[in-house]
Each structure stands twice: as structure tokens, then as C-alpha cells.
Ligand binder design. Structure first.
Ligand SMILES: [Zn+2]
Length: 317
């Protein structure tokens, strides 16, 4: 924390999370006030904000689904996702004026961390008066390819997802002790469901014969780490930009040499490059979902992983 801020007294009793933001939002609001409608209070599930309600904003879909579960059926607690549910990974995300307006209403901001919200660094540095809970806090990160920094896709591993749920529970308990019991009981109930899912996945996947996979972007290293799969190549090293001819040729070579039979595209990206590799190597293209888009349903993560399990079994048995 810069020296000039060391003695700042926080007026909100809410400041308690691992990280504290202090305030650029008035400035940003001024900046953007000319280009959008007056801020509506974010509402969720038809609720309107009453005075005294707490607004918990999440950065993107996987964090939103997680937080929804921890906050289920608590009167006066609203969970609002900052980004659209079909946004996908935030690799190239640009903060929009409406995102800033959503954040202005937040009492707590729940992020994945590990670099997933790097586009918000500036906002964070300007330190708005907002509690931040970083779901990936304390998780041992895998380095990303090239100079991309740490790989942020920790939620794709059920074991690490459980760790993220625990972090969100303790962050919310600290930030809002009045609802501690509800956060804990909701959160533990959700962890129990994820543990059942995880157990079933290990039972099926630990016995698979083939363990080499090619994935679309760098979303699966934590999943592969948990289930002992080998990611032999990644089709799109820079998410959102098609691989070059040289990169494609290299991937084709790797697939041939390693005897990999399964290529995994992702529903959020074009399947074209995977098809090219498949036609050159005889491998089959399947779809694996990193859970970054989906319906607004509390059991979405479980459904997505159950479908991934079905596909992996079919592809690798
Ligand atoms: Zn991603």
C-alpha cells in the first residue's frame, strides 16, 4: 500500500478481504457519464436492491456460478455477474463503462485471480473502496506459455475448484459476518456436491488407457494435472487468434509422433484448426468445455463437468 494511504480509515465495515481497493470509480464515472444511461441498480433473479442489501459482484461466469452457490437463498444478498454469461475467458476482455457502473454498486467483488482479471489492474491500482475476494488465493499456479504469466484456469480442476469455494466462503464470512452461518452451510453443501462429482470423475478417468490429449487453448493444465492426462500440444496458443501455418504444422507433427487420438476443441472457439489437424493425423475432434460460458443455473459446473467426463471416456477409452 502506498505511504499516503497507510492511515486511511475505512468508513465501510465491509473492508475485510485479502485485498483492498480504494477508489477511482468516481473518476471513471465522470469519464463515462457522457456515454451511457444513468446506472440502474443491478438486479438479479428479479430482485430489486433494497437499502441495506449487499451486492456481491463477480468477474465472470465460473466465479459467478461458484458465488451463486455460496450465497443461495440469503435474503438481502444479491449476486451480480459483471460480464455477460457468454463472454467466455477474459483473455482479451476490455472493461466496459457498464462494468464500471456495476462495480460502483458492489460491496464485494469476487474474482478468480491468477491473472484472469489482469485487464482490471488499473482499476485495482486506483484502489476503489471495495473488498476483493480472490478465489484462487494460495493455489500453486502453473506457468502459462511464453510470457503470458501464470495460467489462470484453476477452476477447471475440481480439486482446485473446491479450494476456490473455500476461499470464497472465508472471504464472505470475513466481509459479512452477519451472514456467516449461511455462507458456511451453503458453501459446505456445494463442496459436498463437487466432491461427489470429483469422486465419480476419478473413478472413471483414472482407469483410462490413453492419456494423451491435445486441447484448444491453455484451459486444461490444472485438469490434466488432477487426472494425470498429458497435454501434448495446444492448438491455439494465443486465445482468439488462429494458429499460424508453422504452428499448425508443428502441432500435426507432435500429434503424429505421440500417437494422440483425441483433439479437444472448445465450444467457445472455432473448430476449424482442430479439423485441419484431424484430417492430417487421423485423430478425432471432440469438444471439451472449460466452463467459462453457460446457463444461469447453480448446478452448471456439475453439468459441464459431467458432460466432459462422458466425452473423455468416449475419446480415451
Ligand atoms: Zn482461457
Amino acid at each position: 500500500m502506498p505511504d499516503r494511504l497507510r492511515n486511511v480509515t475505512f468508513r465501510q465495515p465491509w473492508i475485510a478481504g485479502q485485498y483492498k481497493l480504494l477508489v477511482p470509480l468516481m473518476l471513471l464515472a465522470l469519464l463515462f457519464s457522457g456515454c451511457s444511461r444513468p446506472a440502474a441498480v443491478p438486479s438479479h433473479n428479479g430482485q430489486d436492491k433494497n437499502s441495506g442489501d449487499k451486492v456481491i459482484v463477480t468477474s465472470f461466469y465460473p466465479v459467478y456460478i461458484l458465488t451463486q452457490n455460496v450465497c443461495a437463498n440469503i435474503p438481502g444478498i444479491m449476486v451480480v455477474n459483471m460480464t455477460e454469461p457468454q463472454t467466455g475467458c477474459l483473455h482479451d476482455y476490455q472493461l466496459r463503462p457498464e462494468d464500471v457502473k456495476t462495480l460502483e454498486k458492489a460491496d464485494v467483488f469476487v474474482i478468480n485471480g491468477a491473472g484472469a482479471e489482469a485487464f482490471m489492474d488499473k482499476v485495482i491500482q486506483q484502489q476503489p473502496n471495495l473488498t476483493i475476494i480472490e478465489a484462487s488465493h494460495g493455489i500453486k499456479l502453473i506457468e502459462g506459455a511464453g510470457n503470458q504469466g501464470d495460467n489462470p484456469h484453476v477452476w477447471v480442476s475440481p480439486a482446485l475448484y473446491i479450494k476456490e469455494i473455500e476461499n470464497v466462503i472465508s472471504g464472505l464470512v470475513q466481509a459479512d459476518p452477519a451472514h456467516a452461518t449461511q455462507y458456511q452451510s451453503n458453501g459446505q453443501a456445494y463442496i459436498k456436491k463437487i466432491k461427489t462429482l470429483q469422486k465419480g470423475m476419478h473413478r472413471e478417468l483414472d482407469a483410462l488407457k490413453h492419456r494423451n490429449v491435445v486441447t484448444f487453448h491453455e484451459a486444461f493444465p490444472y485438469f490434466a494435472q488432477e487426472f494425470k492426462l498429458n497435454v501434448v500440444a495446444i492448438i491455439e496458443r494465443e486465445p482468439g487468434s488462429a494458429p499460424s501455418a508453422a504452428e499448425l504444422a508443428q502441432t500435426i507433427e507432435t500429434v503424429k509422433k505421440s500417437g494422440t487420438r483425441a483433439l479437444f476443441a472448445e465450444p467457445q472457439y472455432s473448430v476449424k484448426a482442430a479439423q485441419t489437424i484431424a484430417s492430417e493425423t487421423g485423430a478425432t475432434v471432440y469438444s471439451l468445455d472449460p466452463g467459462v460460458t453457460g446457463p444461469d443455473q447453480p448446478d452448471a459446473y456439475i453439468k459441464i463437468m459431467t458432460q466432459n467426463l462422458r466425452i473423455l471416456k468416449e475419446a480415451l477409452e
